[in-house]
Design a protein around this ligand. Sequence first.
Ligand SMILES: [Zn+2]
Length: 131
Amino acid sequence: MKGVYILRIFLDRDKRIRIGSLDTIDFKKGLYAYVGSAMGGLEQRIGRHLRKNKKMHWHIDYLLGKAEIIKVLVRETNSKSEECTAAAELKKSGGAPVYGFGCSDCKCKSHLFYFKSLSMMKIDNYRLLKL
Ligand SMILES: [Zn+2]
């Protein structure tokens, strides 16, 4: 399966986390949504995100070392640009971008968004993946 995924993430308290090449970021306690894509092996990629012990590679790996994935949403597609479309939608729905996060290979300002409440976190055309 190829596609785009959104991780809903919960951070249980304010934390300062070192995010590899981005240096340290002060994260507020609460809900985050992260958008990524896997153009070969969506299930494997999500499985990797859910695993705790792994070599740090992406920005998200550092955050997930300190936070929990609570839900995974997926959309099957061959188009990697859907990833950036989803990022734009999350921002529009009220997500506060964590600048520079997860967007090293595109022109977005971020692929990680902080949300004050779950009800704000709206995205169409994605389905919930059973974990
Ligand atoms: Zn992007």
